[in-house]
Design a protein around this ligand. Sequence first.
Ligand SMILES: NC(=O)c1ccc[n+]([C@@H]2O[C@H](COP(=O)([O-])OP(=O)(O)OC[C@H]3O[C@@H](n4cnc5c(N)ncnc54)[C@H](OP(=O)(O)O)[C@@H]3O)[C@@H](O)[C@H]2O)c1
Length: 318
Amino acid sequence: MVDIIPEKMEALRLHRPGGPEALALEMVGTPRPGRGDVLVRVHAAAITRDELSWPVDRLPAIPSYELSGVAVAAGPEVRGSVVGQEVFGLTGFDRDGVAAGFAAVPARILAPKPAMMGHVEAAAIPLAGLTAWQALFVHGRLEQGQRVLIIGAAGGVGHLAVQLSRWRGAHVTGTTSRDAADLVRAAGADRVLDRTQVLESAVEPVDLVLDTVGGDALAGSAALVRPGGRVVSVAEEPPEAFGAAPLEASYFVVEPNREQLEELAGLADRGALRPAIDSVFALAEGRAAFERSLAPGKRGKVVLRVAEDPEVEGGADD
Ligand SMILES: NC(=O)c1ccc[n+]([C@@H]2O[C@H](COP(=O)([O-])OP(=O)(O)OC[C@H]3O[C@@H](n4cnc5c(N)ncnc54)[C@H](OP(=O)(O)O)[C@@H]3O)[C@@H](O)[C@H]2O)c1
């Protein structure tokens, strides 16, 4: 636990639109928790491919929108005794992220960290896990016994979507590069297809396609869905030509949701959901971490380890 909250903290900041070269590690003022906010001492923060292109009108910006840490202070109107708790969550995309020593986060979007996991693994769940949950069960309405095809099944979103689909009792097919087939199989896929394969002849029509890749893979997915089925993409808007096909096609942006996060934490604690960690970097290695997030061959999530405090760290990865 932190007794005294410092005036200044280390933070990664993006100074102009671009790639990892536009990031710098700096000392900035520690945020104060506003109404309804909790100040979290960040222990780990995970990052997502392409996220440096998201904050265009509020630069300089702190990246990373998912964290695991310890609540160290509460702002006005925060109910309950959250201070001292280990928490994790997805934060909003409209304010600074969490690649920093501390972050002020609305209490209503945080949940208790999975007890069986350390901070590094816990931080790897919120963004990809909530994206997969909302894609499959909210937008995709996936039910037990249905068939789902996950495009990009070895990615951050994809490998958790495989595990969640399996837990729901769906028949799961995943596409991936050949070298990641084992990861997708281990996540619980019934079938794993090479991404270069012609899918139309290989896949029995599915009830739902979850696309995490976009481009040609998304464009070709209409042919793989049964009449009346659904395509949900998190990579980009489906092409207009989809409008003529007898299916529902949608794109959405993930939203923080505490109830869904609690479901994910419960699954993690029961061993039904386990994030793959591609690599772990120190905050000072932020540029290298973001370069890795864009690299081909990455498997699972890239995580920044921000704090190491043996008194509060728990779980295997810490
Ligand atoms: N809309 C939202 O709310 C939302 C939320 C989360 C993420 N996203 C976006 O969704 C995308 C995926 O995110 P992520 O975190 O899962 O990224 P990721 O971890 O980089 O995973 C993408 C995966 O797709 C694979 N891939 C690339 N082209 C493929 C193809 N043609 N067929 C099959 N697999 C292919 C990649 O494997 P290789 O290594 O083989 O290339 C990689 O495993 C990103 O663009 C991200 O920004 C959107």
